[in-house]
Ligand binder design. Structure first.
Ligand code: GDP
Length: 575
């Protein structure tokens, strides 16, 4: 393959028998990409066996030739058009395809989904649609095949198109084109078919040239995961491979997740002749930076804008390959780029049986070969991207003991950087503002509330019971009147969240979710308080302020500190 030409990796999927091999055979044949003499050999064999010639057999012949050469996991069939080269990623089955895509062994940028116009949507058409959706492959054409069997009918084509669109849109897959073809008869493959004059679009070979290639990795936001830091004649050289983007000497950079900002001092080279001012995706490099913080393996270097996502809890789609089941709450080791961290399977939101596409919501385990939508919680915050925006920094593996037991792709954050603090578990969520700090600002004669470092706490997490302007006890209950939930804080940790009605009074202090102490000293008080709250929530005539004045005591665990002006507040926050 000519290295200066553009290459597009394309995957062809479809229900068995719908014409996948015939389409591929046709594409190879029509672009003269078959090995010398293959077509004659296949014709001869077919004749000897008394079978009609099939384009699909060409594929077998081609695969056979490839197998005799080098051993490769995925068969890579290649063909070219005037515009560029194509590699058809054709895995033996959907499981293998998924596994290869997730592990990085194969990377399809675009897809052709073949559907038999006579049979319509079948089980595998759905499964493949799901896989495209899972992998975020957004460049897809649907080829409605075997149009010869449905009289090249526009009406029937439109009916399939509608049916397929309804299904795929439900999965957030939006095909760019629908092309009516007959792979067997070569209609609308290389040339526009005169059997279907009603079709105004391009034939397949022209249409695939219209797939826009993704921006090259060099043009994407910079991702430079640190592999190692070497001390070298008093300099600290940060070494690693640039996974995406371009880095210039002098660039301002962000180091995540520690959130440090510095500048690139130099890009290091062994020999002067290799000297460059910039390095980009795919290169292994060493750099020095101006502020020599204690950088370490695993951290990501990016530019200040468009940095990676940083979190200790995120959603993934996981392809499970382990001998043992994937188990909720179990700990595994997660490896993503150069990061290695202990993690917990926080929730198995959905298990999808890859054969039947059946879903099981909120499962406790998944079996080998299952695809599971999982929430993962890592011991410390790590950096990553969503797979759909960067495949290299959006995929990871899970290790159980010494074995790789699963491969996954990051599908999203559980929550973006937030403005409010929250307590949450699988079933409930409470927005709390009782970690906020209160200041009286002299210059403004005003009281200001500042949300202090918003964060989400889940069961088992230690919460900051002592701030600058508050100090709560180690054991207490948080009542949220908006949701009627109670969060139990025990030994300064969030122990549980239950509904207000279910709560058994236990003499521990109650604090309302904005930080006011509640004057509840007995089971009777608790009951009366509940009744008052019910009244407020049901009838508007009850005076909320009167109830609050009776029960709330804002200053019990809080104080308001004095500040000269807001500026000093900012300084105080930087400390
Ligand atoms: P695959 O399992 O998806 O790879 O399907 P194949 O390519 O092996 O095709 C299955 C059968 O459908 C073969 O017998 C093909 O000859 C036949 N076939 C493929 N394309 C067409 C078509 O356009 N028209 C008709 N009538 N038959 C087709």
């Amino acid at each position: 393959m000519d290295t200066t030409r553009e290459v597009l990796n394309i995957v062809v999927v479809g229900h068995v028998g719908h014409g996948k091999s015939t389409v591929i055979g046709r594409l190879l044949y029509d672009t003269k990409s078959l090995p010398e003499g293959a077509i004659d050999r296949v014709k001869k064999i077919a004749k000897e066996k008394g079978k009609p010639f099939e384009y699909a057999y060409l594929l077998d012949a081609f695969e056979e030739e490839q197998k005799q050469g080098i051993t490769i996991d995925t068969t890579q069939l290649q063909f070219r058009t005037n515009k560029r080269d194509y590699v058809i990623i054709d895995a033996p089955g959907h499981k293998e395809f998924l596994k290869n895509m997730i592990s990085g062994a194969a990377s399809a940028e675009a897809a052709l989904l073949i559907i038999d116009g006579n049979e319509g949507i079948q089980e595998q058409s759905k499964r493949h649609g799901y896989i495209l959706s899972l992998l975020g492959i957004q460049k897809a054409y649907v080829l409605v095949n075997k149009m010869d069997l449905i009289d090249y009918s526009e009406e029937k084509f439109n009916a399939i198109k509608q049916e397929m669109n309804e299904f795929l849109h439900g999965l957030h897959v939006y095909p760019l084109k629908y092309i009516p073809i007959s792979a067997f008869h070569g209609e609308n493959i290389t040339m526009k078919s005169d059997k279907m004059p009603w079709y105004k679009g391009e034939p397949v070979l022209e249409a695939i040239d219209l797939f826009e290639k993704d921006k090259g990795l060099e043009g994407k936001p910079l991702r430079f995961p640190i592999q190692d830091v070497y001390k070298f004649d008093n300099r600290r050289i940060i070494a690693g491979r640039i996974e995406a983007g371009t880095l210039h000497a002098g660039d301002e950079i962000l180091i995540s997740p520690s959130n440090k900002v510095t500048k690139v001092k130099s890009i290091e080279f062994w020999a002067d002749k290799d000297k460059k001012d910039s390095v980009s995706a795919g290169m292994s490099v060493g750099i020095t930076v101006e502020d020599e913080f204690f950088n370490q393996r695993g951290e990501f270097i990016s530019h200040i804008v468009e940095g990676p996502k940083t979190s200790d809890i995120f959603k993934v789609s996981l392809f499970w390959m382990g001998k043992n089941d994937l188990v909720k709450n179990k700990e595994y080791k997660l490896k993503l780029a150069t990061q290695e961290v202990e993690c917990e399977i926080y929730a198995i939101n959905k298990v999808i049986d890859a054969t039947t596409l059946e879903n099981i919501e909120n499962a406790n385990q998944a079996k080998t070969n299952d695809v599971a939508e999982v929430t993962i919680k890592t011991k410390r915050a790590i950096c990553f991207d969503e797979f759909r925006s960067n495949q290299n920094t959006g995929r990871f593996v899970l290790v159980d003991g010494y074995d790789v037991c699963g491969g996954g792709i990051v599908t999203g954050l559980v929550q973006e950087r937030q403005l409010v603090s929250k307590f949450f578990n699988q079933d409930h969520e409470i927005v709390v503002s009782f970690f906020d700090e209160y200041y009286y600002i002299f210059s403004e004669s005003n009281i200001k509330k500042i949300a202090a470092n918003p964060h989400s706490f889940t069961t088992g997490d230690v919460i900051p019971t002592a701030g600058i302007t508050y100090e709560y006890p180690a054991d207490f209950n948080v009542v949220d009147l908006k949701t009627n939930l109670v969060a139990k804080i025990r030994k300064s940790k969030l122990q549980d969240i239950t509904s207000f009605g279910e709560y058994q009074y236990d003499f521990l202090p109650f604090i309302e979710s904005q930080g006011s102490y509640l004057r509840i000293h007995s089971a009777e008080d608790f009951k009366n308080f509940q009744l008052d709250i019910e009244k407020i929530q049901q009838a508007e005539s009850v005076k909320t302020a009167a109830v609050a004045n009776q029960w709330f005591e804002f200053m019990r665990f809080r104080q308001i500190r004095y500040l000269t002006e807001t500026k000093s507040l900012e300084i105080e926050y930087q400390i």
